[in-house]
Design a protein around this ligand. Structure first.
Ligand SMILES: NC(=O)c1ccc[n+]([C@@H]2O[C@H](COP(=O)([O-])OP(=O)(O)OC[C@H]3O[C@@H](n4cnc5c(N)ncnc54)[C@H](OP(=O)(O)O)[C@@H]3O)[C@@H](O)[C@H]2O)c1
Length: 306
């Protein structure tokens, strides 16, 4: 391609979604949700935890593949990427920067702080305000941004007054270091307590077809227009198994089980923002194509009762 054509292309407005662009960028079809009312994302996102080493510790076995997954995610129309300081630790954020910086317009990176890592598969809540502030500063540096789009408190640390943890998030927002605030693994009372100190834009709780104990939190978020980010949307792969409970419905619809699990989530609430994780381009492509499925009411019910 000549340099002139490249320059023209660079300045062209993004194409309006058409059938062809939808096929190339299927995440667009998952619909849009505005985080905090002013930060629009396509609802099907990507979780970048699986890009690190075993036990979410250290470097990935295949670094080139991890970079390829992130770049392909954006090509597919994904513009919400979830990560955390503790994934690796630091490795996931560093990979995101390496793969995508300078970030294409509209790409939203949500990160988290509040869990210290003391070894592979070991996570320790650590919510002292000075630590949360340090981790925010370090994520700004690692991600290469002046402001973090979405900064989530990974866990409320029971050893530290919750209001102090919410308070430092409010301060960081006032200082312009973070745009929106999210919480993770919280109940309705905790969201309301945080909401008295800082505006809560998203909640990230474990939720999938097979694990629905946060149904009340989801309903609350839907009513309040708070983004609900279900982690383990595929039950860490169990819902994607070819011989799993979803296979019969998947066969009937000519889809893969993982796609059914994700389409069910997307249909469940307009505030639902699934972030399936994978270390493989093939699985990423398969998962993103779930945006093209629209389950009818009877299939939704059949799945809920399966
Ligand atoms: N807030 C929290 O406390 C919290 C906790 C955990 C996770 N999270 C976030 O939630 C995101 C999602 O969770 P997750 O990644 O652990 O679990 P998940 O999305 O439920 O499942 C990921 C697992 O499923 C496999 N998989 C993905 N797509 C597949 C497909 N199409 N077919 C077959 N297998 C497939 C992956 O293996 P392959 O790599 O082989 O594809 C991986 O082992 C994380 O990346 C992270 O951002 C947050």
């Amino acid at each position: 391609m000549s340099r002139t054509v490249e320059v023209i292309k660079h300045h062209m407005a993004p194409a309006k979604p058409t059938a062809a662009t939808n096929q190339k960028r299927p995440a667009v079809r998952s619909g849009t949700f505005a985080i905090g009312g002013d930060l629009p994302v396509h609802r099907l996102g990507f979780g970048a935890m699986q890009l690190t080493g075993t036990g979410v510790w250290g470097e990935p076995a295949d670094r080139a593949q991890a970079i390829a997954v992130l770049r392909r995610a954006v090509e597919l129309g994904i513009n919400l990427i979830d990560t955390a300081d503790s994934y690796g630790p630091y490795v996931s954020e560093e990979l995101i920067r390496e793969a995508l910086h300078p970030y294409p317009k509209g790409v939203v990176i949500g990160t988290k702080a509040g869990l210290a890592r003391t070894g592979p598969s070991r996570w320790v809540p650590l919510g002292r305000p000075e630590y949360l502030r340090q981790e925010c500063e370090m994520s700004l540096r690692r991600l290469g941004v002046e402001r973090i789009d979405l900064f989530q408190l990974h866990r409320i640390d029971p050893k530290v007054p919750a209001d102090d943890q919410f308070g430092v998030l409010r301060d960081l927002q006032k200082e312009g270091k973070i745009r929106h605030v999210g919480l993770s693994e919280v109940n309705v009372a905790e969201i309301e307590a945080a909401g008295r100190i800082v505006s809560v834009a998203t909640v990230q709780n474990q939720y999938n077809l097979a694990y629905r104990s946060s149904e009340d939190v989801l309903n609350y978020c839907t009513r309040k227009n708070i983004g609900f980010i279900p982690w383990f949307p595929l039950a860490t792969g169990d819902l994607a198994k070819p011989n799993g409970a979803l296979m019969r419905i998947a066969r009937k619809l000519g889809a893969q089980p993982a796609q059914i699990a994700l389409a069910w989530l997307l249909k469940k609430s307009p505030v639902m923002l699934p972030i399936p994780g994978t270390s493989k381009v093939k699985h990423l492509e398969e998962n993103t194509a779930a945006s093209l499925l629209n389950l009818d009411d009877s299939t939704m019910e059949e799945l809920a009762n399966a």
